[in-house]
Ligand binder design. Structure first.
Ligand SMILES: NC(=O)c1ccc[n+]([C@@H]2O[C@H](COP(=O)([O-])OP(=O)(O)OC[C@H]3O[C@@H](n4cnc5c(N)ncnc54)[C@H](OP(=O)(O)O)[C@@H]3O)[C@@H](O)[C@H]2O)c1
Length: 246
């Protein structure tokens, strides 16, 4: 596991947007960031799940979160612009963006891969991460030091047979993060890194490995040290790199 002990005030006064914050790794990250002092903007498509995370944050006495229902698969320019306008009006800036939301699609050979599913996976896992990052850049530029984390996968670092659009979307996410890092490294204080969470017990993991005992893989809470490290000021020197959470 990534070795890092975050101080209790690591993210004090930081404003952090987490996509896919309603469940799985995104939920664990939203809670971990809030517990370390951040105001977390919870973005996701299922309002009830976001409300549950909001309530958990409130119960813990952490800074009040904000809920942003948003469907990354169907959003257009106007939707992104409205999102950014609302964050700007409420907070004025963003200190962190965790691009986490993704879907698995189907595990099947390319020859039988549905074009519709392919498009949905690429839209959610790649195009939406591009769009969210692009639209959030002016907000991130307002912060003293901002961090963008893209979520990769073992299937992106070294593509897997039968993982089709998912594998391609994650390999392309690594490329997107590199392009953005190279564009920003000399002109801004925004750092850009990727995390491969590794095998983690979530809905997506059980969809990919239905026969696996979830007790045998890491819990989302266990992999948070890397997520905290990259969001906090202790990682200001980390830029354009690939991290493994486990
Ligand atoms: N778990 C693993 O072993 C593993 C390994 C490697 C990489 N990853 C990566 O880690 C990240 C988190 O995965 P996870 O395992 O936590 O998956 P998960 O439990 O399935 O959670 C995915 C989250 O993304 C949200 N989401 C999906 N489509 C969306 C859309 N169109 N608009 C807005 N939100 C959307 C989901 O919202 P709903 O809850 O409303 O569906 C959910 O909150 C993903 O990028 C995944 O590829 C996971």
């Amino acid at each position: 596991m990534f070795d890092y002990q975050a101080p209790s005030d690591l993210l004090k006064d930081k404003i952090i947007l987490v996509s896919g914050a309603g469940s799985g790794i995104g939920k664990a990250a939203a809670l971990a960031y809030a517990h370390k002092g951040a105001t977390v903007i919870l973005l996701g498509r299922t309002v009830e799940k976001l409300e549950q995370v909001y309530d958990e944050i409130e119960k813990a006495g952490a800074p009040q979160a904000a809920i942003t229902p948003f469907d990354l698969a169907g959003a257009n320019d106007d939707n992104y612009q409205e999102l950014v306008n609302s964050i700007h009006a409420n907070f004025g800036r963003l200190d962190g963006l965790l691009n986490n939301a993704s879907i698995l699609g189907t595990l099947t050979p390319i020859q039988s891969y549905s074009l519709n599913t392919w498009n949905q996976v690429i839209q959610t896992n790649l195009n939406a991460q591009f769009a969210l990052s692009k639209y959030c850049l002016p907000l991130l530029q307002e912060a003293e030091n901002a961090s963008i984390i893209f979520t990769s996968s073992g299937a992106g670092r070294k593509p897997y047979a039968y993982w089709g659009a998912y594998s391609v979307s994650k390999a392309a996410t690594e490329a997107l993060a590199q392009v953005l890092f190279l564009e920003l490294e000399n002109t801004s204080k925004i750092r850009v890194n990727t995390i491969n969470p590794g095998s983690t017990a979530t809905k997506m993991r059980s969809q990919a490995f239905p026969g696996e005992n979830p007790e045998k893989v890491a819990k989302a809470e266990d992999i948070m040290p890397a997520y905290l490290y990259l969001m906090g000021n202790g990682s200001l020197q980390e830029n354009g790199k690939q991290f493994d959470a486990q």
